[in-house]
Design a binder for this molecule. Structure first.
Ligand SMILES: NC(=O)c1ccc[n+]([C@@H]2O[C@H](COP(=O)([O-])OP(=O)(O)OC[C@H]3O[C@@H](n4cnc5c(N)ncnc54)[C@H](O)[C@@H]3O)[C@@H](O)[C@H]2O)c1
Length: 371
């Protein structure tokens, strides 16, 4: 089949490219090699001779029309996804580009058989909780006033006690930041426009994806990068808040299997799926895994800093995708080991860690609690 992968030069896109090439498909990639994801231009892990590479922007209708011509399947992965306060870019790039795909397919009568869009756990925002009496609660963003006084947990207004975290399934929709809001709009556009014009579509709500090729320079690209770089540079990592924030991490190769599965399955048409690791870790537990893999002493720094806007806890329920036959089999150890190997293959990395931290401090995203 002829498959278009927008954002195919990136982390997830390049891995799905490899998997689909192995299965004998023809791959077109549309990517603008955006900085800071691609600081060194065309990534060395992508083989230009095996794919058709289109350098262009997913918001450019002319380019998108060219890319979509002759395509059976679309993976729409290109996105604006930094942790920056330029709110309009999230809608402009993520929402506009998704609408454009359906607009062009309809206008040009392109016989696209399926569109798969990358959504995010961020759609579920702060996730689902209950209080002591069993009442379900979907908390909103913690205020700067709360965080600056070092109170990290979501508190039940009725009892004054911390709320109890539940798994969040696909029905949880409560995005708190412009990125999550744009991802929810992408989901709606895919499912509803797909249905309207008869193009089966699927939205994949990824948790934190980990593995090789994750950009070193994204201002916000997760604990694996930050902790691995720290231990690699023989520094102790900085952990925000109290380190007890809960996350689930999913390995890139499990994600690729999920993407191939929904591409091939008719049952997935019109569905949204959580794609998570199925196991909850606190940030400190995760830091410990990274320390073990790098054979470093585990002594993270906890300077009581916080990133305003961060989710306290989130844990995706993956029952729905499992019922389709998917089972994430790799562990966080597998992901970190693969990232370590990738890191060891790089040159000129000394400045990377400081780059993103300084960048976020300058933007006022990282703040310090006064206790
Ligand atoms: N990695 C994760 O943990 C994670 C979690 C949740 C959701 N997602 C979603 O998965 C998708 C892929 O993420 P990733 O981690 O591979 O990101 P990435 O940054 O590694 O790759 C994204 C690619 O898109 C390209 N791109 C960005 N803007 C573009 C534009 N306007 N036109 C053309 N190309 C553009 C970039 O150059 C890059 O190659 C994104 O939609 C992201 O929101 C990722």
């Amino acid at each position: 089949m002829n498959i278009l992968i927008t954002g195919g030069a990136g982390f997830i896109g390049s891995h799905i490219t490899d998997a689909l090439l192995k299965k004998g498909h023809s791959i077109k990639i549309l990517d603008i090699l955006k900085k800071p994801v691609h600081m060194k231009g065309f990534p060395e892990y992508l083989d230009k001779t095996k794919v058709e590479f289109i350098y262009g922007d997913v918001t450019d209708k002319r380019v998108m029309k060219y890319a979509l011509n002759g395509v059976d399947i679309v993976f729409h992965l290109a996105a604006y996804q930094d942790y920056l306060p330029d709110y309009s870019s999230f809608s402009y790039i993520n929402v506009f580009s998704t609408s454009l795909i359906y607009e062009i397919i309809e206008e040009e009568k392109f016989p696209v058989q399926k569109v798969i869009v990358a959504s995010s756990q961020a759609v579920m925002g702060e996730g689902k909780y209950h209080n002591k009496s069993g009442k379900v609660i979907y908390p909103t963003l913690r205020t700067d006033q709360q965080l600056s006084s070092g109170n990290w947990d979501h508190i039940d207004n009725e009892t004054g006690l911390p709320l109890i975290l539940d798994l969040s399934d696909e029905t949880v929709i409560n995005p708190m930041n412009p990125y999550g809001m744009s991802k929810y709009q992408q989901e709606m556009l895919a499912i509803n426009l797909g249905n309207r014009i008869g193009v089966p579509s699927v939205a994949m709500r990824f948790s934190i994806v980990q593995g090789s090729r994750q950009s070193f320079y994204n201002a916000y690209s997760g604990a694996c990068r930050i902790f691995s770089l720290s231990y690699f540079l023989k520094k102790q990592p900085t952990v925000y808040e109290d380190g007890n924030a809960i996350r689930d991490y999913v390995n890139i190769h499990d994600v690729v299997e999920a993407l191939v599965l929904v591409m091939e399955s008719e049952k997935s048409n019109g569905q949204v799926y959580n794609v998570g690791g199925g196991k909850a870790y606190t940030v400190l537990e995760f830091a410990k895994v990274v320390a073990e893999v790098f054979e470093m002493e585990y002594k993270p720094k906890l300077p009581k800093e916080y990133r305003f806007g961060d989710t306290r806890h989130i844990f995706s329920d993956i029952k729905k995708l499992k019922s389709l036959g998917w089972n994430p089999s790799r562990t966080v150890y597998d992901s970190v080991k693969e990232y370590k190997q990738y890191l060891e293959e790089q040159t000129d990395i000394n400045d990377i860690l400081d780059y993103s931290e300084k960048h976020m401090k300058n933007l006022g995203v990282i703040r310090r609690a006064v206790l």
